[in-house]
Design a protein. Structure first.
Lengths: 321, 298
């Protein structure tokens, strides 16, 4: 499917903006936002396109962060192998969790993923290598492929941007592929997709693994950016946050999660010192989004920006389970 | 006898003490999953605010004692009524407006409300717990020969069992409960028979919230009263609900108590696994019987 010219123009403009952004804004903030954006895009592949609400995506994000931090710091792996290990573990965990969770649908799917993620959080608190409440600190960023020094903030920024674009391209390509058409069909009407001969469970599991792996990529990158992995990365509040970013930006829109992630990251940066106000405001945004703003920012703006009319929502009336 | 298994056999008092702790936790799991099941039955919503409502119950008791000098026994009635009224308002203002949307929106909406409520309390009272003393009539312990039984803990088990059985009775054996069950099966038909289903829905949500608050008041003297007490327990209760299935009231009660006991036993024999055992059981149940032990096939 060819992208529209308007879409190309917007994409090009955003990439140029991303290239000059570190000279205009604080680079660590931008890297954090890019990691969250990749995390949200990976999540959106499940909720926005396949219709699966995983309420435990922090498990993949946080576990990959811990694995990368541990392999780079303790085993002395170079950053690219550390990230690869983190992504591989997240994908394997996604295979197991997905295999368990797709046995149930709808709300149960959400509760199962949430519970499994909470189990991971307990393990992260008690396992010997995660450092308990302290997490894994002072993780070296190392040299990419042995030559490129990631200790330099600007170099690190372009590395994170490149990895984000790779992840984003994988997601965009997946959505436009025949596989993407099938998972969208499953998201819209699973019984019909099954009756057409598609083995919905396999497609759902594959989408889940892909989403978990990319969420892991985001977590691994974040561990290198901040040079630590901690319990907040696996906590259920992180799982809630990724839902919020996606919902606010626009479910089932390709750029929505990115917009949502940047807004939430900005808010958290500015309100970091106000204690629980971040939580309260996030809760209010949740309520407003669900009650009156279910299309999200990009979903509402897309028609005016000349993008494809692709905004898709959860079905307004769910088929009986 | 078991020494060849390398499992240390604990002394009997410790064993029974942990069993009691498990039973207490089970009492709270049972009450909370019961409330979730009732709300889910009629509203088709997983009430994420349930943990916050449990926390509100505990804080309600603390407010009543600290600011008004009202003690435990009146609080056991007043706090659930107060939280129940808050529940009625939440249903009217928010949940009613998303009837007919995908169930997932209900989960997201109640999650948002839980964040707001917990955030407000954390902003005001921090994350550390506030103490609530055991009422004088229930202080002390009784020596049962094989263990010391703190009277308050015995009371929690008796009270929760009584509330669970009363709820079961109302739903399964009264006219109101019959209407409720009918409205769960086919709301349109029940409405046609002249029963005000929207009001029934509102009242059900209020009753579920009140049940959570009652559990919160019971919990106040045992656990500390803290803004985070609800979210800590609610995710475990979700796992309990997945294990038991939400099809049956009795199933919710039985699986709540049973899982609390199993958690207590794990604490005796293999303490490292005690915080994760319920999730592992959930995974096993999903493999063997995906609809849950007491659930009807989806």
């Amino acid at each position: 499917m060819a992208r529209s010219h308007a879409g190309l123009a917007w994409g090009g403009g955003l990439i140029v903006l991303a290239l000059v952004a570190p000279f205009l804004f604080y680079p660590v903030f931008l890297m954090n936002a890019l990691c969250l954006a990749l995390f949200a895009c990976a999540f959106n592949l499940l909720l926005g396109y396949t219709g699966l609400l995983s309420f435990g995506h922090a498990a993949f994000f946080g576990t990959a962060a811990y694995i990368t931090a541990h392999t780079v710091k303790v085993w002395g792996l170079p950053p690219e192998l550390g990230i690869l290990t983190g992504v591989a573990v997240a994908a394997a965990m996604g295979a197991v969790f997905g295999w368990l969770a797709i046995r149930r649908q709808g709300i149960y799917f959400a509760m199962i993923t949430l519970a499994l993620a909470q189990m991971v959080a307990f393990i992260a608190l008690e396992a010997p290598f995660t450092g308990g409440e302290d997490g894994i600190q002072a993780v070296p960023r190392g040299h990419l492929f042995g030559v490129i020094d990631l200790g330099n903030t600007l170099t690190m920024y372009y590395f994170v941007l490149a990895m984000f674009l790779v992840g984003f391209a994988i997601i965009a390509r997946t959505i436009d592929s025949p596989f993407g058409q099938v998972i969208k069909a499953i998201g819209e009407n699973e019984p019909r997709a099954i009756s057409l001969g598609y083995r919905a469970e396999r497609y759902k599991l594959l989408a889940f693994i892909l989403s978990a792996a990319l969420a892991g990529l985001a977590g691994s990158l974040k561990a290198l950016v901040f040079q630590f992995a901690a319990l907040t990365d696996v906590d259920w509040t992180m799982s809630g946050e990724v839902v919020l970013m996606t919902l606010l930006g626009g479910l089932g829109t390709i750029l929505g999660p990115v917009a949502g992630a940047f807004i939430i990251a900005t808010m958290e940066t500015y309100l970091a010192e106000t204690g629980s106000w971040v939580t309260i405001i996030e809760g209010v945004i949740f309520v407003i989004c669900v009650l009156t703003f279910r299309r999200g920012i990009v979903g509402v703006l897309a028609p005016y920006l000349g993008g494809r009319p692709e905004a898709q929502r959860l079905p307004e009336v769910s088929p009986a389970e | 006898m078991l020494s060849w298994l390398h499992i240390a056999v604990p002394p009997a008092p410790l064993f029974f003490a942990q069993l009691l702790v498990g039973l207490i936790n089970g009492a709270f799991y049972a009450m909370l999953s019961l409330g979730l099941a009732i709300i889910f039955g009629l509203l088709n919503i997983i009430n994420f605010t349930h943990g916050a409502q449990y926390m509100l119950g505990a804080f309600g008791a603390w407010f009543l004692l600290t600011f008004l000098g009202i003690g435990y026994w009146p609080a056991l009635i007043i706090a659930p009524i107060g939280v129940g009224i808050v529940g009625l308002v939440i249903e009217r203002l928010f949940l009613r407006r998303i009837r007919g949307l995908d169930h997932l929106y209900g989960l997201l909406l109640t999650f948002g409300l839980a964040l707001v409520i917990e955030g407000v309390f954390r902003q005001k009272y921090g994350s550390s717990g506030l103490p609530y003393t055991i009422p004088s009539a229930l202080q002390g312990a009784r020596n049962l020969g094989f263990m010391f039984l703190p009277i308050y803990r015995a009371w929690v088990i008796v009270a929760s069992l009584a509330v669970c059985l009363a709820t079961w009775f109302v739903i399964e054996r009264t006219r109101l409960g019959a209407n409720l069950r009918a409205a769960t099966e086919n709301p349109a038909l029940v409405q046609a028979f002249g029963i005000d289903v929207p009001r029934l829905v509102t009242l059900t949500y209020g009753a579920g919230a009140a049940l959570a608050a009652f559990a919160g008041v019971l919990a106040a003297p045992i656990y500390q009263v803290s803004p985070l007490m609800g979210s800590n327990i609610i995710i475990v209760v979700f796992a309990v609900v997945v294990i038991g299935g939400m099809g049956s009231i009795l199933g919710a009660i039985v699986s709540g108590f049973a899982l609390g006991l199993i958690e207590g036993l794990t604490k005796v024999f293999y303490p490292e696994a005690s915080s994760t055992v319920i999730f592992v059981i959930m995974a096993l149940v999903l493999l063997v019987k995906p609809a849950g032990l007491f659930g009807r096939a989806a």
